[in-house]
Design a protein around this ligand. Structure first.
Ligand code: TTP
Ligand code: MG
Length: 383
């Protein structure tokens, strides 16, 4: 039995902001505007003149008709009291990484498809029936809620497309199971736009053909769909019939794991810097442990008060997975920037941000008793 889960976080950016600012709980909240650079200070003041669009909003804001991609000015018109927060991408990326580490533990295979959603193949984890699958998903929801304070919606189905449609079926905090053999029954009454990839244009064209619900696609002549949409026509017909053979594709492109922190006040204090490196190393270590990774390369990043960025990396002879090696290596690398040396090198500047990264990641394949190396590439991007 093939069991696929699609997990999608609820009103992701705004849910994270509400978590960080509990006084916003229960209020209409929008996150949007221009992307806030990591170093920009958040004024906390709603800037009604701000241009840009809503990235997302809380479900309380959605009750006013506000939605993603709406102009901020329009959102304020609909709800003058709405709380506005600028996009804080580094924060959401970090939370996303933590959520993906939790999900990874539950999956045979995982494919992250956006910052807040992933497909999980859990076929070998769920052995008995679809009730088993439901309980498994409840465990995942519980862990995400307990550890991250966030809710998600999950769809469970025999294939990816139905799982995705199912996760969207009940939101927020939903759980929808579509059992094998019940797919077309589940899909039939849904509007065609629920099929991933069907945008307003396709929807309009289908409407002209008299097709508004997914069920109507099943009784439609495939040739007619192919004539209108080419190959995608065949796919539409298959999906409507509950068929999708695509596999969950593991993200072998994962190359590094990192954590970084900006100090409240720029510092030169070696003990503060070392403490910070230790803490970051521990956070990275937790992510490694949860993901079941091993690492070969440790790197640190330092951003000075003038925003110049320097990185130092060391590749070890073999794979490691322990905290001691990680923090020891990171602190050794940090020595380069310790006060004496910095002055010598002409740096002599205060530090505003420190980051710790591991790359050259592998996973231990217990069956074959060997380490599968993700990639030898060490990319300097997206530290
Ligand atoms: P979504 O999962 O589409 O939306 P959501 O998580 O905010 O709400 P829900 O899933 O409960 O319906 O997108 C995930 C994040 O991506 C979202 O929190 C913000 C960002 N995003 C944008 O920045 N612009 C957009 O137009 C959309 C749709 C999302
Ligand atoms: Mg979402």
């Amino acid at each position: 039995m093939k069991v696929i889960l699609h997990v999608d976080m609820d009103s992701f950016f705004s849910a994270v902001e509400v978590r960080e600012n509990p006084e916003l709980k229960g209020l209409p909240v929008i996150v949007g505007g221009k992307i806030k650079a990591e170093e920009e200070k958040d004024t906390g003041e709603p800037d009604r003149k701000i241009r840009g669009v809503v990235s997302t909003c809380s479900y309380e804001a959605r009750a006013y008709g506000i939605h993603s991609a709406m102009a901020l000015s329009k959102a304020y018109e609909l709800c003058p009291d709405v709380k506005f927060l600028p996009v804080n991408m580094p924060l959401y990326k970090r939370v996303s990484g933590e959520i993906m580490s939790i999900l990874r533990k539950y999956a045979d295979k995982i494919e992250q498809v956006s910052i807040d959603e992933a497909f999980l193949d859990v076929s070998t984890k769920v052995r008995r029936d679809w009730n088993d699958a439901r309980e498994y998903a409840q465990m995942i929801k519980k862990e995400i809620l307990e550890r991250e304070g966030l809710t998600c919606s999950i769809g469970i189905a025999p294939n990816k497309t139905i799982a995705k449609i199912a996760s969207d079926f009940l939101k927020p905090d939903g759980l929808t199971v579509v059992e094998q053999g019940k797919a077309s029954e589940f899909l039939a009454p849904l509007p065609v736009k629920k099929i991933p990839g069907v945008g307003p244009k396709t929807e309009e064209m289908l409407k002209k053909m008299g097709i508004e619900q997914i069920g109507q696609l099943t009784s439609c002549d495939v040739q007619e769909l192919v004539a209108k949409f080419g190959k995608y026509g065949t796919r539409l017909h298959l999906i409507a019939n509950g068929i999708d053979e695509s596999d969950v594709e593991e993200e072998w492109q994962r190359k590094s794991l990192s954590r970084e922190r900006t100090f409240a006040e720029d510092t030169k204090d070696a003990s503060v810097l070392n403490k910070c490196v230790d803490r970051l190393a521990e956070e990275v270590y937790n992510a490694i442990k949860e993901g079941g990774f091993v690492f070969k390369t440790v790197a640190i990043k330092v951003k000075f008060e003038d925003f110049t960025v320097h990185t130092r990396a060391k590749t070890l002879k073999s794979f490691h997975s322990d905290l001691n090696t990680l923090s020891k290596t990171a602190k050794e690398l940090m020595m380069e920037f310790s006060e004496g040396k910095r002055e010598e090198k002409g740096y002599g500047k205060k530090i505003r941000l420190v980051g710790v990264r591991v790359s050259n990641l592998g996973v231990v394949d217990e069956k074959q008793r060997r380490i599968i190396n993700f990639s030898e590439i060490m990319s300097g991007q997206n530290f």
